[in-house]
Design a protein around this ligand. Structure first.
Ligand SMILES: Nc1nc2c(ncn2[C@@H]2O[C@H](COP(=O)(O)OP(=O)(O)O)[C@@H](O)[C@H]2O)c(=O)[nH]1
Ligand SMILES: [Mg+2]
Length: 305
């Protein structure tokens, strides 16, 4: 393996207990290009990272997403590995992640934490949330990935270059995964170990708030990838509301001959809007598949040149 062409990218925010250990293990394996992108830690994270031999950059803004985007623009290595600085992933498994990238089989390799999830690594809430989110992702994007929120990934530089990342916070992993699918990057998933955080250290992720943001991101990004789902879901809300209201209006008229004129108008409107959204989905679907074909063609041409 050519450790010299690999940059190990580590986002940190208050990880003074774990960061030196993570960096040390990579150093022992011969990796020399380590970049810690720090989110204005208020403990000794930056000092520990520098002592351990990493290059440390303080991110300009806030959030893990902003940090990773900024870091990607600084990296020139051919392969990039990202790993959390909290010691929950094993540096020793980096070979599993790099293997598909080095073999030219993937531009984006994702470490699947459910491969070897150690007891207590995910709280019950986080585990249920992760599984739900992965299920929702597979439903919309129809790609068999088991752990879209993983924090251990390997990329080719070309893979990173092709991604358009906009998210500032913990939605960044979702965006990386979804955009890779949209752009047609070769994605591979390999099983990895996930350990509990060291006792006393705290996650910065708020399961409910960040979970809701992640689900919203998955849904919002479906607008251009699976418009039939995106508009269809909205359309079926309107349609169902109209149908239920219509049943009520009809029953009133049949049983007591009462006419609810405004409600009747509302029923009609809801049903019409529902159908319109649904047709928007069908149109969007056609546009999306044409766009996908065009993109594929453009990319093929560029590669051949
Ligand atoms: N640079 C930077 N790193 C962050 C930020 N928030 C979290 N991190 C780091 O990102 C990694 C994952 O965060 P963590 O809180 O462990 O989330 P979890 O693994 O999803 O529970 C850890 O290494 C954190 O230190 C941030 O705002 N900026
Ligand atoms: Mg963590």
């Amino acid at each position: 393996m050519t450790q010299n062409d690999v940059c190990i990218l580590i986002p940190t925010l208050n990880e003074e207990d774990a960061i030196a250990g993570v960096i040390g293990e990579f150093k022992r394996m011969g990796f020399d290009d380590l970049l810690v992108i720090d989110g204005h830690s208020q403990d000794r994270t930056r000092e520990r990272a520098e002592e351990a031999g990493a290059r440390v950059v303080v991110q300009r803004g806030r959030g893990k997403g902003q940090a990773l985007k900024e870091a990607f623009s600084l990296i020139e290595a051919e392969q990039i590995v990202m790993i959390d600085g909290d010691g929950t992933y094993l540096p020793g498994e980096v070979g599993h992640l790099l293997e598909p990238v080095l073999a030219g089989k993937a531009d984006h390799v994702m470490g699947n934490r459910f491969g070897n999830l150690e007891p207590g690594a995910l709280t019950r809430l986080n585990s249920a949330g992760n599984r739900l989110i992965n299920f929702f992702f597979r439903l919309i994007y129809d790609v068999p990935l088991s752990d879209i929120l993983t924090g251990y990934r390997a990329f080719t530089r070309e893979g990173v270059r092709r991604l358009d990342l906009t998210m500032e916070g913990f939605e960044i992993e979702t965006e990386m995964t979804v955009d890779s699918v949209k752009k047609g990057l070769a994605i591979a998933e390999v099983p990895i170990t996930y350990r509990p955080r060291a006792t006393g250290t705290k996650t910065k992720l708020n399961p409910l708030m960040d979970g809701a943001r992640i689900v919203a991101t998955i849904y919002r990004m479906a607008k251009t990838h699976n418009p039939l789902f995106y508009f269809g879901l909205m359309g079926s809300f309107f349609g169902t509301a109209g149908f239920i209201l219509g049943l009520y209006v009809l029953r009133e008229w049949i049983t007591t001959r009462t006419e609810h004129i405004p409600l009747t108008i509302l029923t009609a409107l809801l049903i019409i809007v529902g159908f319109q959204l649904f047709f928007m989905g069908i149109l969007g679907d056609a546009v999306a598949s044409m766009h996908r074909e065009a993109l594929r063609e453009i990319y093929r041409n560029r590669k051949e040149r």
